[in-house]
Design a protein. Structure first.
Lengths: 282, 666
């Protein structure tokens, strides 16, 4: 109880102080990337493209990225760019892309753009991936390209597989980012590999969910729901119950719109893990 | 209350009640408690109390109404009328105190020792609601009364040894008593290795070690007003639980109280006592001494309670009214951390008790009316407000996995009412009573999260939506005296609605490796529990007596299944020999075959057994000291046996030679 009051008092004090300082100083430029860490800068003669996210690094799986374009001549930030991008993995014999969103302006921000990308794999040294940005400012067209480093995530948060319909799919865990004991909102992205360069979202499939703890005799949790498609954000959503912290295997079974099984198996005494799964640790 | 069963603990040196030399021996000689509390002897088979230094558990076990559930050689769980701790109200001198172990490895009786206490009051059924709500009954472990007797400094020392388990006991206490001021302090230390069951079978992980110290002081403000304080510190370490997969590395309690007492026989209110108290318990379960476990884990638990009570006694005409206004606030938190066998995987953590805060306040009133010289009618009521709140956000979210709409707070209103009629003349002492009572679910029953029960090997999940458990109770008792022979019959019957018990939920996957499944606490429509005891006592000669007691218990639920932990047919017979300075007794004790066992709740059939014990007592007077010896042999025939109350059928002690010595320095 007492702590609560002290905390309130502290807040009031801090708030008052920050108010008074704000009156004195007028910041020259609002730093809109506060709280984010720079991942990479990709420059051409005219501009420097800055990439940010919370971790300051790309890892395999789902990544959010915040983009800012600096005008090299006056260090100002472009507010009216129209940006397209293409991630690319260079393999010895071929190259391919990965599921990625379009780049859009962040609402309420002047200089920031946002996108997401799902790297389904990487080389052990983090090499192989490059990003190409094609953007226009007014009527002028520009381009910038550079390699990036993508490190392997410790846990399997993305998996690419061949379904029984001879189509290659990619499933990526998007949420929970910070899992907690209890019922978590789970969000998964499901993509189809149309060709090496095109990974459209798959709509209206169903993904059965069975979370397990291999370290606890494959203990499961109650009241999970299967992942179902949400047309608004084009993602798959479910309730994920986690009874304790630790290492969890999220066993999945992918069914198409006609309810035909494309990948994955039920968990039984004999079969402790589905061939389609994601991992989570907290 | 006539049903009140009182027996004396460890009355070192006679103290206040026994000033003269010869009564000292009476106090020591528990086979002859008749002279201390007339009502007590008949109620409790005191002649079975052969050891002065036995634990409280052993003392309690001597009551017909009480059985002790054993998970090892230490910290037995009292059960009364075949109901265990959730259905009982166990208090220490009126103070509420709750164990901190989710697996009931620390019944609160384990946090006090005989050196702290004077007597235990055992009230069956709704007569046990003086300090709180219960279904099965109430046990109040009472600290010794004020000692303003001006007797100066007194010192006592106690030593005990038992061959089985190499059990060592040492105790020392000092008391200074003035007319306005007293202070008393005592300490006791107990240590035992693994005990040996019959047939030379070592029961591994049955060792324990504990010490207990206490300090009590009082100051007389005036003739009517006194102030008193009492502090108990109890610490057990290295306690093994052979029946369980885990042991206890620490069980620690700090129990403190301060009270004010007003006493005046000439005013309307004869006495008024107000006490403020607090206690804090830390209980650490671990499995570091077990070589083979599916997974290593730590399970610490904490329980803190703050409370008060005000007890008043009023005597007017033929009314004898006592009232108790009390309240407490308890915090129960327990957690579990499991260490994965795969070193790359992180530790697994959960709250098994999600920091449950319980606030209770209630009032109790009892009136005992003497309607004639022989007849009395008494009635009592208790009303209480009971509130639970889950204070831990993570714990709340854990339970919301099972109960998505769960609110963090739940309140209940609890009621209890009972009445009885008693008749007493020279040859007959009889009573008949009726009662109705309710109780709130315990923390485990309401909020437990994957609590493994090694008895039925199920994980248990609490259920916050449980209704109050309600009991309708009938009891009767009669004792006839025919010259040198007396015969007593006592019986009670409980019809319990919404009887709380775990129900299997096959859709939930167990957490514990190797568990059979998950049970969620739920309620049977009803359960019936019945018990009957026949006691007899024959004085063969002036010095030789014979006592016997046979009992039968039955319990079944509305699902037509037997309830677990119901005592089978039991018997006890004893021949005793008493002289002023020497006594001896030979006892036969046994149970019939447990035919009405409950496989549904994890029980198997426990076969019949019988054991023989013999005990002796001596008192020796020296110039400066009085020495009392109690010695004997338990389980003379070294029978290998276990009873219905032994968790997972762990065998009990085999042959045991013991000696208890108490020295009073004059």
């Amino acid at each position: 109880m007492k702590l609560k009051y002290i905390f309130t008092l502290l807040c009031i004090t801090l708030f008052t102080i920050s108010c008074s300082t704000e009156d004195v100083e007028t910041p020259e430029e609002i730093n809109e990337v506060e709280g984010l860490v720079n991942i990479k800068t990709i420059a051409n003669d005219n501009h420097t493209i800055e990439l940010y996210n919370e971790a300051g690094a790309f890892k395999t799986g789902y990544n959010n990225v915040t983009i800012r374009i600096k005008n090299n001549s006056d260090d100002s930030y472009i507010e009216n760019a129209n940006i397209n991008w293409m991630p690319m993995m260079q393999m010895p014999s071929m190259q391919h892309s990965c599921p990625h969103s379009t780049i859009s302006k962040v609402s309420n921000k002047k200089t920031l753009y946002t996108a997401s990308v799902i790297y389904q794999m990487t080389n052990t040294d983090g090499s192989g991936w490059s990003l190409t940005f094609n953007y226009s400012i007014g009527s002028e067209e520009y381009s910038a390209k550079d390699t990036i480093s993508v490190t392997q995530s410790e846990k399997q948060n993305v998996t690419s597989f061949m379904g029984s319909d001879e189509t290659r799919y990619i499933v990526a865990l998007i949420e929970p980012i910070k899992p907690s004991i209890g019922i978590n909102d789970m969000m998964v992205g499901l993509y189809k590999m149309e060709n090496m360069m095109s990974f459209p979202v798959v709509e209206n499939f169903k993904i059965a969910l069975d979370p397990r703890m291999p370290g606890m005799g494959n203990h499961s949790s109650p009241n999970n729901t299967d992942l179902s498609f949400n047309a608004i954000d084009t993602m798959y959503h479910a309730d994920l119950s986690l009874t304790m912290t630790g290492y969890w295997v999220l066993n999945l079974k992918l069914m198409n719109a006609a309810d035909e099984l494309l990948k994955g198996e039920d968990i039984t005494e004999q079969n402790e893990k589905s061939s389609l799964y994601l991992e989570l640790e907290f | 209350m006539k049903h009140l069963i009182i027996f004396s603990f460890y009355l070192i040196g006679g103290q206040v009640l026994f000033a003269q030399q010869d009564s000292l021996f009476v106090a020591r000689d528990t086979t002859n408690l008749e002279r201390i509390i007339v009502v007590a002897e008949r109620k409790l088979s005191n002649y079975r109390q052969e050891k002065t230094l036995s634990s409280i558990d052993v003392f309690l076990e001597k009551s017909n109404k009480v059985t002790m559930i054993k998970r090892g050689n230490y910290a037995w769980e009292p059960a009364m009328n075949n109901m265990t701790s959730d259905r009982l109200n166990v208090t220490i001198d009126g103070m509420q105190i709750f164990g901190a172990c989710t697996d009931k490895m620390d019944p609160i009786t384990s946090y006090v020792d005989v050196s702290n206490l004077e007597q235990a009051t055992i009230n069956s059924g709704q007569e046990g609601t003086e300090n709180g709500h219960c279904i099965g009954g109430g046990i109040d472990l009472q600290i010794s009364q004020s000692k303003f007797n001006g007797s100066g400094l007194k010192t006592n020392a106690d030593l005990g040894y038992e061959t089985n388990g190499n059990y060592r006991i040492a105790g020392l206490d000092f008391e200074y008593s003035g007319s306005k001021f007293y202070i008393a302090t005592d300490g006791i230390f107990r240590k035992s290795d693994n005990y040996i069951a019959g047939g030379n079978e070592e029961v591994r992980y049955s060792q324990f070690q504990k010490y207990n110290i206490s300090l009590q002081g009082g100051y007389k403000l005036s003739n009517n007003h006194t102030l008193e304080t009492n502090i108990i510190y109890d610490k057990a370490t290295d306690v093994g639980y052979p029946a369980l997969p885990m042991d206890v590395s620490l069980a620690e309690a700090f129990i403190a109280s301060a009270s004010h007492r007003y006493k005046n026989e000439s005013t309307f209110i004869k006495s008024l006592e107000t006490k403020l108290y607090l206690n804090t318990i830390t209980h650490i379960m671990d499995d570091s001494k077990r070589p083979d476990v599916p997974i290593r884990m730590d399970m610490p638990g904490w329980s803190d309670t703050y409370g008060f009570y005000t007890k008043a006694r009023v005597k007017a005409n033929n009314h004898n009214i006592s009232a108790n206004l009390n309240g407490y606030y308890n915090r129960s938190l327990a957690e579990m951390t499991m260490f994965s066998n795969n070193p790359n995987e992180p530790d697994m953590f959960m709250y098994t008790w999600p920091d449950v805060r319980t606030l209770y306040s209630g009032i109790y009133v009892k009136d005992r009316i003497a309607i004639s010289e022989r007849e009395t009618v008494s009635a009592n009521i208790r009303f209480g407000y009971h509130k639970n709140r889950i204070a831990n956000e993570v714990g709340l979210n854990s339970l919301r996995i099972f109960y998505p709409d769960l609110q963090d707070t739940q309140t209940r209103f609890l009621k209890s009412v009972s009445a009885d009629y008693g008749f007493k003349n020279q040859n007959i002492d009889a009573s008949i009573g009726l009662g109705y009572g309710e109780r709130a679910p315990s923390v485990s029953e309401g909020y437990g999260f994957f609590l493994f029960n090694s008895f039925d090997r199920y994980d248990y999940i609490g259920n916050p939506n449980l209704k109050n458990e309600k009991a309708l109770e009938f009891n009767a008792r009669t004792n006839h005296k025919f010259n040198t022979f007396s015969l007593g019959l006592e019986t009670s019957f409980f019809h319990i609605s919404d009887y709380i018990i775990g129900e299997i939920n096959p859709s939930i996957s167990p957490m514990t490796i190797g568990a059979n499944g998950v049970r969620v606490y739920d309620a049977l429509n009803y359960a019936n529990i019945f018990n009957i005891y026949l006691n007899s006592n024959i004085a063969l000669t002036k010095t030789i007596g014979f006592n016997s007691s046979i009992g039968y218990n039955h319990g079944s639920g509305s699902n037509k299944k037997n309830l677990p932990l119901i005592k089978p047919f039991s018997y006890l017979a004893e021949v005793n020999y008493n002289k002023p300075k020497f006594n001896a007794a030979l006892q036969l004790e046994g149970n019939g075959n447990q035919s009405k066992y409950s496989p549904f709740y994890g029980e198997n059939e426990t076969p019949a057994y019988a054991i023989l014990n013999v005990n002796f007592g001596n008192i020796v007077y020296f110039k400066t000291t009085n020495v009392i010896f109690k010695y004997g042999i338990e389980n003379i025939l070294d029978t290998n046996y276990s009873t219905f109350a032994d968790w997972n059928n762990i065998p009990r002690q085999g042959r045991n030679f013991y000696i208890n010595t108490s020295i009073k320095f004059l």
